[in-house]
Design a protein around this ligand. Sequence first.
Ligand code: PGA
Length: 252
Amino acid sequence: MKPPLVVGNWKMHGAESEARRLARRIRRGSGRMRGVEIVLAPPFTALHEVRRVARGSRLALGAQDVHWEAQGAFTGEISPQMLAEAGCSFVIVGHSERRRLFHESNQIVTQKLSAALLSGLRPILCVGETWEERRTGKTMRVIAGQLGTALKGLEKSAIEKVEIAYEPVWAIGTGRNATADQASEVHLRIRSLLKELAGTRIAAGCRILYGGSVRPDNAAELSRAREVSGALVGGASLKAEDFLAIVRCFVP
Ligand code: PGA
C-alpha cells in the first residue's frame, strides 16, 4: 500500500528567494511527518533552488507541466527529460488551468502523460468537472471521459505509476471545497474505472488525491473521506504552516 501523497502546487508564485524561504520552512516542519509522501511543485525557475533545499530531506520535487517531445523547436516548452534531470520525480498533467486557459485537450493531456511516464516521472493526472457540468448531472461522464482518454493506451504496469487528482473546477481557488461525500462519490467512481482499465490489484494500489480549496480547516475531514489518498493543494501550499497543517492530517 502506498503512503498518502500531499502535493503543493505553487502555480505562478515563488520567485527564487521566496521559494527558498518557503521550501526551507516546509523542510523544517515536515521532518517528523512520517508515513506521508510530500511533493513541492514550484514554478520551473525555482526548481533548482527547491531541489537544493530539499536534498537529503523527505521532500520530493514536482513540476507543474511538461511537453511531450524530448526536444525540438517548441519555444517556451520543457521536456520530461529536462525535468527529470532537474531533479523532478513528479509532474502535474492536465491541470484544469492548463485545460481551460491554455486549451489543452484530452488528447494533449494523453501525450503529456505518456511522455512523462517514458521518462520515469510520476504524472499526477488531474480530472474534474465544471459547475455547469455538475449542475446538469454530467460529472461522472466528464470524469470517465477524461480518465478513459488519458489512460486508454497505457500498459497496466504504467497505470500503476499514475497518481490521479480529482479536482472539481468549481472548487479550485474559490474557497468552496467539495464535501467529503461529494469527493468520495467521485473517488469511488474513479476507482471502479481504474478497475475496468487495469484490473483490481493495480486499481487498488493507485492513489486518488482530492484537490480544490483544501485548507487546514477542512483537510482532516477530507482526509478521512472514503477513497481519498492524499491532496493536491494550491493556495494553502504557499504558507508553510497551512501546508504543514494539511500534511499532518494525512499522517497515518
Ligand atoms: P486551490 O488549488 O487549493 O487553490 O483551490 C488547487 C489546485 O489548483 O491544484
